[in-house]
Design a protein around this ligand. Structure first.
Ligand code: CP
Length: 320
């Protein structure tokens, strides 16, 4: 694996899950692989889980880890070519990227959708600039359209807890006071489709995701119907994708909050969310604190997904 930006980079999912299981059971078995290798984690946006779990993954592999918050302590970066740089951004990303690449062996990047220009967001301009100009393997720590390390951890968690070969997994939109990107639901849909589960997406009308991610999923606007017999309920808010409402909040309807009444319609489903989560907007206290809530083991598996991906990147580098 050279770069990791989507499910397409992980190869056969069954093999990837076997590798993840090995990493989870033997976290320090590959300390030599990362010895004298520098891992640089670059954040354009805030993070708790991704920052800590990816650092831990790198440390488990014997790597030296550097973290840079672009908006706290680094020069503000201009990202557009052709701009006359007479504003508040003293450095251009096209110099900053190769400089950062010269200081490390592997780069992780977090760069959310900005909701100013859908084409710019969905072309993954910043992530692709790192791939093009850093000269180093690059992996996504959540980009504008996907969050593959989260989705891999979600898949690992579902595999650990599922009670049948092909569980019914439901991705439900839930209300939130701020406009959030589609990266987590897009990516989750992509990985669930690849896993071949029975997969249903439910949301209010107007929140349809990009078809390339929806794939073969059933889209069900009747949430109660969607919840029926579900084995996993995966909640997430996202802002509208479709034009002319791209990036807008169309609803804060709290009848979509995951609560015990809707969970009672399921096949004693597990509750999942990538975190951070706004309680009693996305999910009630009762559901997130219930024995069916997987949010903590799901977050813990972020170390496993990151370490599995980093290990593959290091193995690829060793071949050269
Ligand atoms: N789930 C997730 O990516 O969490 P952070 O935003 O805290 O990294």
């Amino acid at each position: 694996m050279k770069n990791f930006t989507s499910v397409g980079d992980i190869g056969d999912l069954k093999v990837a899950l076997e590798k993840a299981k090995y990493v989870k059971e033997n976290p320090f078995a590959d300390q030599e692989l990362g010895k004298n290798k520098a891992l640089m984690l670059i954040f354009f946006n805030s993070s708790l889980r991704t920052r800590l779990s990816t650092q831990k993954a790198g440390m488990n592999l014997g790597m030296n880890v550097m973290v840079l918050d672009i908006n706290q302590g680094a020069w503000k970066l201009e990202t557009e070519r052709g701009v006359i740089m007479d504003g508040d951004k003293p450095e251009h990303i096209l110099e900053a990227i190769p400089v950062m690449g010269s200081y490390c062996d592997v780069i992780g990047v977090r760069s959310f959708a900005q909701f100013e220009n859908k084409v710019y967001d969905y072309n993954e301009v910043i992530l692709n600039q790192f791939i093009q100009y850093s000269g180093k393997p690059v992996f996504s720590m959540e980009a504008a359209t996907r969050h593959p390390l989260q989705s891999f951890a979600d898949l690992i968690t579902i595999e650990e807890y599922k009670k049948k070969t092909r569980p019914k997994v439901v991705l439900t939109w839930a209300p939130h006071p701020r406009a959030l990107p589609q990266a987590v639901p897009n990516s989750f849909a992509e990985w669930m489709n690849a896993a071949g589960y029975e997969f249903v997406i439910t949301h209010p009308e107007g929140y349809e995701l990009d078809e390339q991610f929806v794939g073969n999923a059933v889209v069900e606007y009747d949430k109660e119907k969607a919840y029926k017999d579900a084995d996993f309920i995966y909640a997430k808010n996202w802002a509208a994708y479709q034009d002319p409402n791209y990036g807008k909040i169309l609803s804060t309807d709290r009848s979509w909050t995951v609560d015990s009444a809707k969970m009672a319609l399921t096949n004693d489903a597990y509750f999942m969310h990538c975190l951070p989560v706004r309680r009693n907007m996305i999910v009630t206290d009762e559901v997130i604190e219930s024995k069916q809530s997987l949010v903590i083991p799901e977050a813990a598996n972020r170390v496993v997904s990151a370490q599995t991906v980093l290990k593959e990147i290091l193995l690829e580098m060793r071949k050269k």
